[in-house]
Design a protein around this ligand. Structure first.
Ligand code: SF4
Length: 461
């Protein structure tokens, strides 16, 4: 790529879920070290709170001819914002050369958006710059030295630092997309403990008190994790931390080592209290029983984040109600924070027969876009239109719950009957959307067909 004033760096993921976009920071530092001019277009700096108009505004402001798109989201999971950008609004840049950087394209159906002006690079954005623009011999040491100033300059100083110790999981839950995406890739990979410790120390030097392990299962390789914990305790990098793990991988022994090494928050997937539904989603553990055991030996310094799930094939309204009641009960325990989501069928290989329910995209978008961003009817109209047009998007609106309308009615009725509860907040936006019109449609529809056609007509599709 020739040096010139024609390079734009585009960042389209708002808030990055408060986790530092490290690849992007490296890319910007590299360009600075090279003295390569560029324009930086960052949706996070947009004053417009509406996601769609913010994105449109950022895209229409790009002056440069070549746009390098950062898909350097914190953990490379398929981010909803990436899908919205790629499939709905990328055509707005038809007069530019677009280079989209992500090693995880196998998660997206890029053939659907391939155009002459678009290049898909399997490199992260910082690696792309090293390879194609030039190597300024920016050593890791120099990057760390300059990082504090870069964080301030680009407005990322409040973001959490994070790393992976491992990546992957030995379990095989049907709904999971938190695994390495390539056919034949190992189930679990190990990352460098030296590097992790370096980040933790740097976080502490930058004034952070908290660090995050982003892998789906922190104890996926127990001997490796135990060695790391021993080192962490010995070397004490000065930050406490959060991680996610399976309930049947944790026991009092490793939990003691984790807390001694600074662990203060643990995220567990419980999903459902109904064991037959857990079997159906191949959870592979009796998670409610495991949770009850864990809560007995939990120390009060440990915060617990829990995820629950609805919309599973075979789920009945009464099973959903029991699950919701348990969510409320555990949420009343001090230091326990549950959430409940509708099952998204992202993993096609494990999908059961499914039916359309156009409330699912509303749940999906409202739960995944950062709460600070507004969701306009125009965005939902665009999304529903692409759902109808493009079969790839069926994961946005298909559900394997046979009685999804009755489940949604149960959810809405349950929440409306407990207006004082403060535990389940995941559907506040849905209940309020369009002054409550969406909830009215859910409650008054007699059939799924009726619900679907009312939702489409309300959205103007
Ligand atoms: S335990 Fe968690 S990370 Fe492992 S397969 Fe199941 S959902 Fe995925």
């Amino acid at each position: 790529m020739k040096k010139g004033r024609s390079l734009a760096i585009l960042q389209i993921i708002p808030k990055h879920h408060e986790l530092l976009p490290v690849g992007l920071m490296k890319a910007l530092s590299l360009l600075d070290a090279l003295g390569h001019p560029y324009g930086f277009y960052d949706i996070e700096r947009s004053p417009d709170p509406d996601f769609r108009s913010s994105l449109m505004h950022v895209l229409s402001g790009i002056k440069e001819d070549t746009v390098l798109v950062s898909m350097a989201c914190h953990n490379n999971y398929p981010k909803i914002e990436s899908l919205i950008f790629l499939y709905l609004y990328l055509p707005l840049l038809k007069d530019k050369k677009i280079i989209i950087c992500s090693p995880y394209f196998s998660l997206y159906e890029t053939s659907l958006i391939q155009r002459d002006n678009i290049v898909f690079s399997p490199l992260n954005i910082d690696e792309y710059i090293l390879r194609h623009i030039g190597n300024p011999r920016l050593t890791e040491d120099a990057f760390f030295e300059g990082l504090g100033a870069s964080l301030k300059r680009y407005g990322y100083e409040h973001y959490r630092f994070w790393e992976y110790l491992t990546f992957g999981c030995w379990a095989n839950c049907s709904f999971c997309y938190n695994r390495l995406p390539f056919e034949g890739s190992p189930a679990i990979t190990r990352h460098s403990p030296d590097r992790v410790l370096r980040w933790m120390r740097f976080a502490e030097k930058s004034g952070k008190t908290y660090f995050e392990f982003c892998e789906p299962n922190f104890i996926s390789d127990r001997p490796f994790t135990e060695d790391f914990l021993a080192r962490l305790q010995r070397e004490n990098p000065g930050v406490t931390w959060r991680c996610k793990t399976r309930l049947d991988d944790i026991d009092p022994d490793i939990y003691g080592r984790m807390t001694a090494a600074g662990c203060r928050t643990i995220f567990f997937g419980v999903e459902h209290v109904d064991l037959s539904l857990l079997r159906r989603i191949r959870k592979g553990e009796n998670s409610p029983k495991r949770l009850a055991e864990f809560l007995k030996y939990r120390r009060k310094e440990t915060e617990i984040h829990l995820s629950f799930m609805m919309g599973i094939r075979g789920e009945t309204p009464s099973a959903l109600r029991r699950n919701l009641e348990v969510v409320l009960r555990v949420g009343a325990i001090e230091g326990v924070e549950p959430n409940i989501g509708w099952q998204i069928l992202f993993n096609r290989r494990h999908r059961s027969p499914a039916a359309a329910n156009y409330i699912v995209p509303f749940m999906f978008i409202m739960n995944f876009l950062p709460s600070q961003m507004e969701i306009s009817p125009a965005l939902m109209r665009d999304i529903l239109q692409v759902c109808l047009r493009e079969p790839f998007f069926d994961f946005w609106y298909m559900t394997e719950a046979e009685d999804s309308l009755a489940l949604m009615q149960q959810l809405v009725t349950f929440l409306k009957s407990r207006p004082q509860q403060k535990v389940i907040r995941d559907y506040d936006r849905l209940l309020r959307y369009q002054g409550g019109d969406l909830t009215k449609l859910i409650l008054k529809s007699r059939t799924l067909e009726q619900l679907n056609s009312s939702v489409l007509s309300m959205a103007g599709v």
